[in-house]
Write a protein that binds this ligand. Structure first.
Ligand SMILES: Nc1nc2c(c(=O)[nH]1)N[C@H]1C(S)=C(S)[C@@H](COP(=O)(O)O)O[C@H]1N2
Ligand SMILES: [Mo]
Length: 427
């Protein structure tokens, strides 16, 4: 549709689609005009129709087509001193559905992504066990396995936004998240195999370590370990990528990404938590009074509009607009997502692509007719524990301004009359 459209009466969606088709133009191409004559893309034989394409085997393992070359992980250079202990971000503004392809799923490592061959892989379970055991990769493959889709969110996701709107792109504000289908062995089965002491489970812990130099050691309550943790070796059907912990990583559904130890090498059964660096000085929230809150494991319900957003402006002019985004909760399943076009004054219920699944990303859509009005776009997630995603103000009332981690507040994008979006804060 072109700008003249503003003046006339709004066509219905049906008229609009047939009208555009009759004109031989792309249904929502703002630049097309019926007056410009026949479209050579339709009336003339193109190269791709007059020659042959690639044969099979041209690319034994396919990569995205070159035209999608901007759908890549990106980092923010000033955030960390180097790329070895650093983070990059998933291009969630350019993805749809819920599954994150491994190749563009964010990476976070403390001492770089290591190369560990399956045949060199060992997993030790020791401590309060009847039989300390070492599993090889081949051993793990002989246990009954399960498939589950879960999100993994770094506790630092959205952390740069506490004090005010900062990074102008949903990839950077919310891209420390990915969502994959994992194949793995329930950790419970391996703990049972080693004869872990399961008396007084409420006071038992495991301490998990990776094989990389940082080791990223974390304490996990035994109840969680027995409940739903997976020792995973496949993601989205294929081997884990090196950067996601090849050949084996721990999956800790709904809980902060730091606990999802990659290159998993040792699990010690204990009756106390270790209180390691990663769970004290890091990944801990300092409250307004300067006191740090101990243990914040589950990632509270959160959502964000991924398009339109600063990296995904509205480029098609007035008329039908698909507003879309992601919602998730570390405490269960998303039951609903509300979307506001006016900074939280009025809310509409979005359409969920599928019913929310436990501790997995949920895709939502709101289909509107956009007439060029300015918008303050927000989304608000609700989960099956009854929790409602808080505004930034509400979160600050409870947590103050000293926090970095675990920021699950409502995000606002200002969209102007041209469809350009910007990260802003409304209060
Ligand atoms: N061994 C090991 N495991 C690790 C880390 C690490 O540096 N080393 N980083 C952790 C952090 S902070 C996060 S957020 C997740 C990130 O997983 P990803 O790199 O697959 O996205 O891995 C966690 N597991
Ligand atoms: Mo993290």
């Amino acid at each position: 549709m072109d700008q003249d459209d503003k003046k006339g009466p709004a066509p219905s969606r049906r008229q609009f689609l047939t009208g555009a088709a009759a004109a031989g133009a792309g249904a929502v191409a703002a630049s097309s005009s019926a007056a410009s004559g026949p479209d050579p893309l339709i009336t003339e034989v193109q190269d791709w129709a007059s020659g042959l394409g690639h044969g099979v085997d041209e690319v034994p393992y396919g990569l995205p087509i070159e035209f999608e070359g901007d759908v890549v992980r990106r980092n923010v250079a000033w955030l960390t001193a180097d790329t070895i202990s650093s983070i990059n971000f998933t291009p969630i503004h350019a993805l749809d559905g819920t599954i994150t392809p491994q190749g563009c799923a964010f990476e976070r490592h403390h001492s770089g992504a290591i190369e560990l061959r399956k045949q060199d892989y060992r997993l030790m379970i020791n401590g309060l066990v009847e039989r300390p055991l070492v599993f090889t990769y081949a051993d793990l493959e002989r246990f009954p396995r399960e498939n589950h889709v879960y999100f993994c969110e770094c506790a630092a996701n959205t952390g740069m936004e506490w004090a005010g709107a900062q990074l102008n792109g949903v990839q950077f504000t919310h891209g420390m998240i990915h969502n994959m289908e994992y194949t793995g062995v329930p950790l419970r089965l391996l703990l049972e195999e080693a004869g872990a002491d399961l008396s007084d489970v409420a006071n038992k812990w495991i301490f998990v370590e990776g094989a990389d130099a940082s080791s990223n050691g974390r304490s996990i309550p035994m109840e969680k370990a027995l409940d739903d943790c997976l020792v995973a070796f496949k993601a989205n059907g294929e081997a884990l990528r090196k950067e996601h912990g090849y050949p084996v990583r721990l999956v800790v559904p709904g809980w902060e990404g730091n606990m999802w130890v990659k290159w998993l090498r040792r699990i010690e059964v204990m009756d106390v938590p270790v209180e390691s660096r990663e769970e004290t000085s890091k990944y801990t929230d300092t409250l307004a009074d300067g006191i740090s809150r101990k243990w914040t494991w589950a990632m509270d319900a959160k959502s964000v509009v991924t398009s339109p957003s600063p990296q995904a402006p509205i480029s098609h002019g007035h008329g039908p607009l698909v507003i879309t985004g992601l919602a998730w909760s570390g405490r269960g399943a998303i039951t609903a997502v509300d979307v506001s076009l006016d900074g939280g004054k009025n809310w509409q219920t979005a359409r969920l692509a599928k019913p929310g699944e436990k501790m997995a990303l949920t895709r939502f859509y709101l289909d509107i007719d956009w007439r060029g009005e300015e918008m303050f776009l927000q989304s608000r997630a609700r989960d099956d524990s009854g929790y409602v995603q808080p505004s930034k103000e509400q979160l600050r009332e409870v947590r103050g301004l000293n926090s970095i981690y675990h920021n699950n507040c409502i995000q606002t994008w200002y969209v102007n009359a041209e469809g350009v979006a910007e990260n802003v804060e409304v209060s």
